[in-house]
Unconditional design. Structure first.
Length: 337
């Protein structure tokens, strides 16, 4: 699950302060969504949203946080809207979910977060990714999360979920790593009395890391993936090693292979170098991430609404595809100074 589960009012306020947007793993619901309004059946809506989260990648639904109404702020949290515990109890919410979803979502947990006033609460529903497809019995349909919404599932999507217990389910995760380090011109150790005073120089490497994540229940023995990204963010040297698949689009290939270091040769004058053994596949166990593929980026890549798209093959599982906006890729700062 890609979202940290809030447990206190301060955690909820931090989501609002940090403007944490809804995603495939996170959904905000106004307190009024639990009450009948003459238009929608709240019990059916609750079952639809919870089953959609379980049928997708798992995540959390927060009942008691309202989104902004403005189009440019849509899907961003605006404020806490308290739920009256004596009107809608934790037990009531659990009963609505369990009686309106078939089969029941195993491992689901409802976390009540007390607020300042007596009887006021926010409910955080923690939903694991399921290994079977869940149906909203209120309307007989199957749902999944897509673009912040719960949408109907096609037949092949339902069958894909039913196969989660048979095949590995591999997603791709991404990070941009900015590593700053000191540039050393002297490769050999120099005694302090002979060392010239010089101004330290620093350099920064910007690397896009792509790594497989096993979100299923079966380990993946063989993984191959293909990632397409905008050409203008890729370093010139790195771009020479990639395939140009369309105007302004490059593609790189990764797999879960690894070569072990079997020896180190050389000396302090000529330098040391590692000797590697033959390549081998490094399986990725459920719940873990595999080794990263790396692509050098320009110093200041433009991280906007353009997308990185990917396709991954794992063992005998059907291929999986996905995408992520450049601005949504986490940036990790590393300093070796």
């Amino acid at each position: 699950m890609a979202v940290s589960v809030p447990h206190t009012k301060a955690d909820l306020e931090r989501l609002i302060q940090d403007k944490v947007e809804e995603s495939i793993h996170l959904d905000y619901k106004d307190a009024r969504s639990l009450s009948p309004d003459g238009k929608k059946n709240p019990k059916s809506e609750i079952a639809k949203d919870v089953s959609a989260m379980a049928n997708s990648a798992g995540g959390i639904i927060i009942y008691g946080i309202k989104e902004h109404d403005e189009d440019d702020k849509k899907h961003l949290p605006e404020k806490i809207t308290p739920i009256q515990r004596n009107e809608f109890s934790k037990e009531w919410l659990e009963q609505v979910i369990n009686s309106n979803i078939s089969p029941r979502v195993e491992g689901m947990v409802v976390h009540p977060i007390p607020l300042d006033q007596a009887n006021e609460v926010v409910y955080v529903v923690e939903i694991p990714q399921s290994t079977t497809a869940h149906q909203n019995v209120a309307d007989g349909r199957y749902y999944r999360r897509y673009n912040f919404q719960s949408v109907w599932m096609a037949d092949y999507e339902i069958r894909d979920i039913m196969n989660r217990a048979k095949h590995p389910v591999i997603e791709l995760g991404f990070e941009i790593e900015r590593e700053t380090y000191e540039v050393r011109h002297n490769l050999l150790p120099v005694p302090a009395m002979l060392r010239e005073e010089e101004k330290k120089e620093y350099s920064t490497d910007v690397i896009l890391k792509a790594f497989p994540i096993n979100t299923g229940t079966v380990f993946a023995q063989y993984i191959n993936y293909f990632v397409q990204l905008p050409e203008d963010i890729v370093d010139e040297k790195a771009a020479e090693q990639l395939d140009k698949v369309a105007t302004g689009i490059l593609e790189f290939h990764g797999e879960n292979t690894h070569r072990d270091v079997v020896d180190v040769e050389g000396n302090s004058v000529t330098g040391f170098y590692r000797k590697y053994g033959p390549s081998r596949f490094d399986p990725v166990l459920p719940g873990l991430r595999g080794r990263s593929g790396r692509v050098g980026l320009v110093q200041s890549p433009r991280l906007d609404d353009r997308e990185i798209t990917w396709k991954v093959h794992a063992d005998n599982a059907p291929p999986r595809i996905g995408k992520i906006k450049l601005r949504e890729v986490p940036v990790i700062e590393k300093k070796e100074i």
